[in-house]
Design a protein around this ligand. Structure first.
Ligand SMILES: C[S@@+](CC[C@H](N)C(=O)[O-])C[C@H]1O[C@@H](n2cnc3c(N)ncnc32)[C@H](O)[C@@H]1O
Length: 364
């Protein structure tokens, strides 16, 4: 490397050569050849020394340049190799992150798939459990239904035996149950007739019960009025009464359903004029109109007929287990406080009794 000292020396030598050259030019111009020659003679060795110095400096500079260029090319190759490595690293890191991202995605989708399978399994488990429960419930419900049906058959057979042994029928009797009163409630009604000695009976809704009650009243000496809204079914009952020779004991009156307004609402109910000549009724059997003629279809019975009932009258309501009839009894007990409910008479009957002489005398 060229030092400042060497640079100064070369500058001094160049200055001295320049001064001598200038002196030689001045001496030639002044015509003094010897001085000019002396200046040239002095300048030549100085120029030589300067040239040697310059050459050395040049060769040193070349060597340094060679050294530097070697270093630069070495550095360049290091830089290039580093660049290649960096590019390679970048590529690998990119590949790696892409692979990682892909793996992450597939892991995520596997997790979602597992979650779905898990949910499906849980819902299958739940279905199997509820199927098991339903089957168990079905079995036990079916068992209960069978037992109930067997019990119903037993009690019907027992009731039928009692009914048919107590009455000498003059013609075949139409069946009980279904639309007609069941055998056990029917037996209870007949028993109530007997113990209460009721003679004046009013029935809403005619049918097989009309015949059984008529036979009972024939024995005890009473009378039955049965009301029907249907010409067809009322006509059938009348025909049966005739076949059984009971028309002197019982009659069927046709009373089509008409709009009836009472406190608390409007109903489709029997035309009330059909009751005009009735009074002192000992027993009112409410088995009509049918439930499908409107909500609380039997509620008006007591409102319309209470004044026509005797002091110790019984009111018997069939189908008392139905929600409408449960509500009907509640209304009656609230609106007619002189009536009380007789508990546990028969499964489908609600029997109310007016608290009158019969109740106190017989303690019934
Ligand atoms: C519950 S039923 C009355 C049943 C009657 N008290 C008895 O126990 O035989 C009420 C009304 O249903 C109608 N009815 C009677 N038998 C029927 C039948 N087989 N199908 C449809 N309605 C009938 C009649 O108009 C009757 O007044």
């Amino acid at each position: 490397m060229r030092t400042p000292w060497r640079r100064n020396t070369l500058a001094l030598l160049a200055g001295a050569v320049a001064v001598l050259a200038l002196a030689a030019v001045v001496a030639i111009a002044c015509g003094s050849m010897p001085v000019a020659l002396s200046c040239v003679a002095l300048a030549i060795p100085l120029l030589g020394v300067m040239l040697v110095g310059v050459r050395r400096s040049l060769s040193r500079a070349r060597a340094e340049v060679r050294l530097l260029s070697g270093s630069v090319s070495a550095l360049a190759s290091v830089v290039a190799a580093t660049h290649v490595e960096i590019v390679d690293l970048q590529r690998r890191s990119q590949d790696h992150s892409e692979t990682t991202a892909r793996r992450l995605l597939s892991v995520e989708s596997m997790a979602a798939e597992l979650e779905r399978h898990h949910d499906r399994l849980s819902s299958i488990e739940e279905s199997v459990r509820s199927l098991d429960n339903a089957r168990a419930a079905d079995f036990s419900q079916t068992g209960r239904n069978i037992l109930q049906a067997m019990h119903h058959i037993e009690s019907t057979v027992e009731g039928v035996v009692q009914l048919y042994t107590a009455t000498s029928l003059r013609a075949p009797m139409p069946p009980s149950g279904d639309w007609a009163l069941d055998v056990q409630p029917l037996l209870r009604v007949l028993d109530l007739l007997k113990v209460s000695a009721a003679t004046n009976v009013l029935e809403l809704g005619s049918g097989t019960s009309t015949l059984w009650i008529a036979y009972a009243l024939e024995r005890s000496g009473g009378h039955l009025t049965s009301i029907d809204h249907s010409e067809v079914y009322g006509g059938r009952t009348r025909a049966e009464l005739e076949r059984h020779q009971l028309l002197s004991v019982a009659e069927v009156r046709l009373a089509p359903l008409r709009p009836l307004t009472l406190a608390g609402g409007m109903w489709n109910w029997y035309d009330p004029t059909v009751f005009d000549d009735l009074s002192d009724i000992d027993m009112l059997l409410v088995d009509g109109p049918p439930g499908n003629t409107g909500p609380l279809s039997r509620l008006p019975a007591l409102g319309v007929l209470a004044t026509r009932l005797s002091p110790g009258a019984f009111v018997v309501l069939d189908d008392a287990q139905r929600p409408d009839e449960i509500a009907t009894v509640e209304h009656w007990l609230k609106d007619f406080p002189d009536f009380v409910l007789m508990e546990g008479v028969a499964p489908t009957l609600a029997v109310l009794r007016r608290a009158g002489p019969y109740a106190t005398e017989n303690g019934c």
